[in-house]
Design a protein around this ligand. Structure first.
Ligand SMILES: [Zn+2]
Ligand SMILES: [Zn+2]
Length: 402
């Protein structure tokens, strides 16, 4: 299916015969007011780095006056719910009826985090299940696991996220569950909207991670920036557990050890032939990227002044245009040569480095064939944030051979 906007600007993704994306779309404009705060994104249509920038632009280091009303409410609701309910966790769960209130907590916390960090985009695209010992694999229950996300398939229109909130009738502590929840939500955002075209799939070790792993550099950067913000909420609300959230897996300013180790192991477990299907690993420290790794690869660095300049310029412009648009029409001028296009291109310049590919036609055909055989989209990490030593022994599944 394909359709084009006026002047050849594509509004919907074009898919190949296998349902994979062919052409990258630009995410619609976002601003925390008017029609621009409710953008509509298409599934599997955007480059991973564009998606990273898009989410970060909406929440990172914004003063309260620059957050949307929905974000402010969501943050308040999240912190209040955490504060009210944390003491109920870590205990034995006696009856099926009482489990419902904890499942409702998860639904609500998911909704608050979605509104703050993901522009409310997950609500209609992700299905969340929560319960005791919910994560099962091969018929057995893996008690160390507490989260798993699979992307939408032909059978399932929505990305599926499962969250274990306890084991053996005992609930986990709430901070542990929240840490798992944000991990799974970052997966869900990437799996739902991340492009699945041949070019993007060839570069997954440098973006979202191998399809049977999902913990690539783009994942760990977004995950860490979400975590940093939640720790900030802990600091101003006096909630120590939020201030220290995920401390053993992300000590200080570090990105997730377990996620990075999982991505590394997944790549190392590929055989030579499989590795050739992908671009070689890049260091991710290129400062041309708006968001990149620190030189030692431990921390995520945001080019704050560039981010602020660009979003201020964009939002000032959209503010001047807001009266011209109504709900469902958040498509401000995209005429070539206009201000929006200039700002847009400026945002794009760091994502244009992402491809890093040579476009060898034969290689592309082979990649296309091979990728159909990969096991897609599971998240095998244990939720316990206990760093590299707490890595799962089994779930890293190498790609099946053709
Ligand atoms: Zn792509
Ligand atoms: Zn994961």
């Amino acid at each position: 299916m394909a359709s084009s906007g006026k002047k050849g600007r594509r509004l919907e993704p074009t898919k190949d015969e296998n349902g994979k994306n062919i052409k990258h779309l630009q995410p619609p404009k976002y601003a925390p007011f008017g029609v621009f705060q409710k953008p509509i994104l298409h599934k599997n249509a955007y480059k991973p780095r564009d998606l990273l920038n898009y989410a970060v632009l909406s929440f990172h280091n914004r003063p309260d006056g620059k957050l949307s009303f929905q974000q402010l409410e969501a943050r308040k609701d999240f912190v209040n719910r955490f504060k009210e309910r944390k003491m109920k966790y870590g205990k034995d769960l006696r009856t099926g009826a009482s489990q419902q209130s904890f499942q409702q907590d998860m639904t609500d916390l998911f909704s608050y985090l979605d509104k703050f960090f993901f522009i409310g985009l997950l609500r209609d695209n992700v299905s969340l299940d929560s319960g005791i010992d919910l994560i099962r694999d091969g018929g057995g229950c893996l008690r160390g696991l507490s989260g798993k996300t699979r992307w939408c398939t032909k059978q399932h229109d929505k990305t599926l996220t499962r969250l274990s909130i306890g084991t053996n009738s005992k609930l986990y502590e709430l901070p542990r569950i929240v840490y798992s929840l944000i991990h799974e939500m970052v997966h869900a955002y990437q799996y739902t909207f991340g492009c699945d075209c041949v070019r993007c799939e060839r570069d997954v070790p440098n973006t979202g991670g191998l399809s049977h792993d999902g913990h690539g550099p783009i994942f760990v950067m977004l995950h860490r920036l979400v975590l940093t913000e939640i720790r900030r909420w802990g600091a101003f609300s006096g909630e120590k557990e939020l201030m220290m959230l995920g401390e053993s897996d992300c000590p200080g300013r570090s990105m997730s050890w377990s996620a990075r180790e999982s991505a590394r192991a997944a790549f190392e477990n590929l055989d030579k032939r499989q590795k050739k299907l992908y671009h070689s690993l890049r260091s991710q420290i290129n400062t041309k990227y708006l968001i990149h790794f620190s030189p030692d690869g431990e921390e995520v660095v945001v080019n704050e002044s560039r981010l602020n300049n660009k979003r201020t310029m964009m939002e000032d412009y959209l503010q001047s245009q807001r009266d011209k648009y109504t709900w469902g029409e958040a498509k401000p001028t995209s005429t070539k040569g206009g201000l929006v296009t200039e700002i847009e291109d400026d945002f794009r310049d760091d994502s244009s480095h992402d491809d890093g590919d040579e476009d060898d036609d034969n290689a592309v055909v082979n990649v296309k064939k091979e990728h159909r055989n990969l096991d897609k989209g599971s998240c095998p990490l244990p939720s316990t944030p206990n760093g590299p030593t707490g890595l799962p022994k089994t779930p890293i599944r190498p790609a099946k051979s053709a």
